[in-house]
Design a protein around this ligand. Structure first.
Ligand code: NAD
Length: 357
């Protein structure tokens, strides 16, 4: 009997529903030519959930996510909900679901094929062929460490990591390196921070014990940020903590030229959350201008997570083939290309993906 994967769709707000629709179009076409089935449930998240349930991440949505094999999220937030504060903000719904799913590792791949290198703000020669993956620790470090305080005169946060927290995210990085070019660059600030010294020692010990076949190097965050701009091609897998990963992965996000190209996966307990890096883009919502590529690449990451490599590869290869065509959404369009709507781009990508299967 063929396998069935249950996917919980959280379209969210702004362009979220538009890019989710293109993903479902692509996934349905893939399932039709594959040995597995896909079943969807749709639930509210973010602003849409505030409107429907007065809660950006209601228990019914959490239950629907936990009853699935994976969650596909569009994006949340927008001006309509900007006045809300604290736990009522659409974005806090996102933090809640990551925590509920114990999604402790955030994966952000960036690949720049020749067809996209001209859109990069960096020199084409520096970015063509970039293919890197940042593995960022997502549920610890300075964003969560206690104590936290602010008495109006003095304020502080605490950066903490335990060996267990470092090991589990380092394992994710080493495992991914084995599936890629077998290199891990661990990024820290071990010349200054005690917590980074523990990070480095733990990564080294794990490497010696279990992953000595993987090439491991270490770099300070300040240098890594510079290297990301000067010579990003040197990186394969980057392993780093929460705050350094936040900064470094956003720096890497500039390499390809549009936020609409970047997928992500947050994994941990078994149910992964797959979402584009971009937000709800209220400035272009409802106008057919959203680039669906980031969301579709997030589906490829989901299929990797399901261990369906043929389907995941078909997405990546199909996308490359689609980008050889002179069609682009508004974010990447210039006089050399014909302007495509979100749905026209989705059709082209789907057709090229199906040819790969
Ligand atoms: P944004 O990512 O939504 O948009 C930034 C710029 O990139 C805009 O000009 C937008 O038009 C463009 N853009 C983004 N995605 C695009 C796509 N797929 N195709 C073409 N162009 C695209 O960031 P923002 O404007 O700072 O935030 C808007 C809202 O989204 C805010 O409410 C913010 O809190 C929220 N947000 C949500 C998430 C998330 O859901 N994961 C992430 C970031 C921001």
């Amino acid at each position: 009997m063929s396998k069935t994967y249950k996917i919980c769709l959280l379209p969210g707000d702004g362009i979220g529903p538009e890019v989710i629709a293109e993903s479902v179009k692509v996934l349905d076409a893939i399932a039709e030519k594959s040995t597995f089935n896909l079943e969807y449930t749709t639930a509210n998240a973010g602003g849409a959930a505030i409107d429907a349930h007065n809660d950006p991440m209601p228990q019914s949505t959490i239950d629907a996510c936990k009853a699935s094999n994976a969650v596909l999220l569009g994006a949340v937030g927008g001006p309509k909900w900007d006045e809300l504060t604290g736990a009522m903000r659409p974005e806090s719904g996102l933090l809640k679901i990551r925590k509920e799913l114990d999604a402790f590792a955030n994966l952000r791949p960036v690949a720049v094929p020749l067809s996209l290198a001209e859109s990069s703000p960096l020199r084409q020669s520096a970015v063509v062929g970039v293919d890197l993956l940042t593995v960022r620790e997502l549920t610890g470090g300075i964003y969560f460490g206690q104590p936290v305080g602010n008495d109006g005169n003095e304020a502080f946060n605490t950066m903490r990591y335990s060996v267990d927290e470092i090991e589990r995210v380092a394992r994710v990085a080493f495992e991914w390196a084995r599936k890629r070019r077998n290199k891990v660059m661990s990024v820290d600030k071990a010349n200054v921070l005690e917590v980074s010294r523990l990070w480095r020692d733990t990564v080294k010990t794990l490497h010696e014990a279990e992953y000595s076949d993987v090439e491991l190097d270490h770099m300070y965050i300040d240098n890594a940020t510079m290297q990301m701009v000067i010579n990003p091609r040197q990186f394969d897998v980057i392993l780093t903590g929460n705050i350094f990963g936040d900064i470094l992965s956003d720096t890497s996000a500039t390499l390809g030229g549009s936020l609409g190209l970047l997928p992500s996966a947050s994994i941990g307990s078994g149910i992964g959350l797959f979402e584009p890096v971009h937000g709800s883009a209220p400035d272009i919502a409802g106008q057919g201008k959203a680039n669906p590529i980031a969301m579709i690449l997030s589906c490829a990451m989901m299929l990797d997570d399901f261990d369906e490599p043929a389907a995941a590869t078909a997405i990546r290869k199909g996308l490359e083939a689609a980008l050889e065509q002179p069609l682009r959404t508004a974010d990447l369009c210039n006089e050399d290309y014909t302007l495509a709507t979100t749905s026209e781009m989705g059709d082209l990508i789907r057709d090229e993906i199906v040819k790969q299967l």
